[in-house]
Unconditional design. Structure first.
Length: 314
């Protein structure tokens, strides 16, 4: 991937904020984003210096680095087994933490610089919201409620600012705003107490779900991420595996190298008694996990093989 990205960066240098939709990113950044979505996290991190050199001052390369580091953190420490994948941490730290937090800070600094220019202020606010969103997600993973609440508040403010300045960003902003609205409404009483002390705006479960649906269908940049968040919520928070299954299957078809999507589809299919579909996706997950980074392979191959063995025995 690296030689291809270097060539693309040279070809598209200087065309970062061109005509078209504000979130139409240049091809080299899109290629790297697809690599992250396919679970090629280490490859993406190796390509980041070339992307930063090709697009100096753009917030997206450090955001990609943060997302790739997050993928490795989740594979290493997240709650993954043959029956459930969920945003909870089995351990509270990772050797990839420094890379993650450094990348988030770089994305925020780049967004801050762009925010001072009227022509890029809306886009800068959007990228700042994404940076706060990825940090919120890590704090939620580790049940650090106060930090998650403060980051979520900043995310919400930046995304709302972005939409106020440029309404064409609304569908993509709904991905983050939907997550905020949903969880601010359904979280535990203890976290709601933190919300009171942090002066966090209240949420709305139904509005949050609708915003995630809109983002899943209409977002220009983050539709797959919105679809995944919606699928997880439907599967585990709402106990609606039949509604979650088509979303996971869609993601698995679009990103076949990412075993998380295939195993998630297998788990939900098994829950609703669709054993043939579950076996198919468990087999896909086994094969995909063997192509992933060592950290992810170590967790996902065993969980996928266990799911497949259980399903073959039924």
């Amino acid at each position: 991937m690296l030689p291809r990205l270097i060539g693309l960066c040279l070809a598209f240098a200087g065309s970062v904020f061109g005509a078209g939709h504000p979130l139409d990113i240049p091809p080299p950044l899109q290629v790297a984003l697809e690599e992250v979505r396919n679970g090629h996290y280490r490859q993406t991190l190796e390509a980041i210096p070339s992307l930063e050199a090709g697009f100096p001052g753009h917030p997206f390369p450090p955001l990609l680095a943060a997302e790739a580091a997050w993928g490795l953190i989740f594979c290493q420490t997240g709650h993954i087994n043959s029956r459930e994948i969920w945003n909870a941490a089995d351990t509270k730290s990772s050797r990839f933490d420094d890379r993650f937090f450094q990348a988030v800070e770089q994305a925020m600094a780049a967004s801050g610089a762009l925010r001072r220019r009227p022509e890029t202020a809306a886009l800068a606010a959007f990228y700042d919201g994404l940076a706060h969103a990825v940090r919120t997600r890590l704090y939620l993973l580790r049940e650090q409620a106060m930090k998650a609440g403060a980051e979520g508040k900043q995310m919400r403010a930046s995304l709302r600012e972005a939409v106020a300045k440029d309404p064409s960003l609304a569908a993509d902003a709904d991905a983050g705003l939907g997550v905020y609205n949903y969880y601010a409404d359904v979280l535990s009483p203890l976290i709601k107490l933190f919300r009171f002390f942090l002066l966090l705006p209240g949420g709305d479960r139904e509005k949050g779900l609708e915003q995630l649906r809109v983002a899943s269908d209409q977002a220009v940049l983050v539709a797959p991420e919105a679809r995944y968040e919606l699928a997880k919520i439907l599967a585990l928070r709402e106990n609606r595996p039949a509604d979650a299954l088509p979303l996971f299957r869609s993601l698995s078809g679009q990103y076949p190298d990412n075993a998380i999507y295939s195993l998630s589809a297998a788990i939900q299919a098994e829950r609703i008694g669709k054993k043939n579909i579950a076996r198919d996706y468990a087999q896909r997950a086994v094969l995909a996990s063997r192509q992933m980074d060592d950290v992810c392979r170590a967790r996902l191959e065993g969980a996928s093989a266990q799911a497949l063995g259980r399903l073959q025995g039924n």
